[in-house]
Design a protein around this ligand. Sequence first.
Ligand code: HEC
Length: 137
Amino acid sequence: MKHIIAMGFSLIPLAAPAAESGNDLLARYAQQAAEEDPAFNGFSAERGRTLFATEHPHGNDPAMACISCHTEDPRGAGEHRRTGKRIKPLAPSANPERLSNAYKVEKWFTRNCQDVLQRQCTPLEKGDVITWLLSVK
Ligand code: HEC
């Protein structure tokens, strides 16, 4: 057992994802979007911005949206709706660490889409949001 645990740890540095760019992420989501819908013909920054700003009322939260925590300007800092914790800007132009780690991006899409839409975002939606975030200078 000990041996297995030690092996697990020694593998972590090797498994750590290399830095990626927003465009790497887009390429992957484009592939997934095309698999889901053969008519897929590209992402849209405008659709991404709309998804981000649209309120999805549910249950005890009448105005839940991505902007509830991130604000409408992804170049500025946000504030977590429930904890009040500061959230650094999402646009890579304002925060170069953003969209550079596929694992992290997927983790937060999974959590935040569930929170806001009460379902997972589609590859098309993720690609649209990333396209918009990359377009904000
Ligand atoms: C309840 C608050 C909250 C809401 C609502 C929310 N987010 Fe987030 N989001 C966070 C927090 C907290 C983080 C991670 C903190 C950090 O990295 O600074 C994060 C991180 C992210 C990231 C990670 C980017 C990166 O490269 O580090 C993306 C992308 C993202 N959110 C997109 C969205 C989208 C799209 C929505 C709407 C569907 C949304 N968020 C709604 C709180 C929220």
